[in-house]
Design a protein around this ligand. Structure first.
Ligand code: 2BA
Length: 112
């Protein structure tokens, strides 16, 4: 048995955990903080059989992997209010997601 421990972006946690559950995996999510940037991220723990690890990694890659998202951007000069609501915007390509994954051997697994 293996334990997959993955640190992902907080924004990807719901879709990733839902996809894991729908594929039949048990998952635990922990709120965590990056030691370097001090930004909140999410750690996901999945315990599974050795031969299912590739499937877990595929799901993590698909739903939490690195990608480029188009994010709305309102130029400060165009913002009519401090929130920018209703202002014209453009989208700019922005790096998003990313998963740091550890796969560990589990010497013993039990549920009491
Ligand atoms: P990533 O390498 O993509 O790491 C994202 C987050 O994953 C990290 O957040 C940390 O929470 C976790 N993580 C990554 N590698 C880890 C490991 N070997 N052991 C335990 N946790 C790990 P942050 O620590 O806030 O780092 C955010 C980003 O800053 C990193 O993105 C990396 O690009 C950069 N970074 C982190 N530590 C660095 C360092 N010592 N020197 C230079 N750049 C660093």
């Amino acid at each position: 048995m293996k334990m997959v421990f993955a640190i992902i972006s907080k924004i990807d946690e719901d879709i990733t955990v839902t996809a894991l559950n729908e594929a039949g995996f048990f998952a635990t999510k922990l709120s965590s903080t990056g030691g370097f940037l001090k930004k909140t991220n999410t750690s996901i723990i999945v315990g599974t059989e050795d031969d299912k690890v590739p499937e877990v990694l595929d799901i993590l890659k698909r739903y939490a992997g690195k990608r480029v998202d188009e994010m709305p951007y309102v130029a400060p000069s165009m913002a009519r209010s401090s929130s920018g609501v209703g202002a014209p915007y453009v989208t700019v390509p922005t790096n998003a997601g990313g998963a740091t994954v550890f796969v560990l051997d589990v010497s013993h697994f039990d549920k009491f």
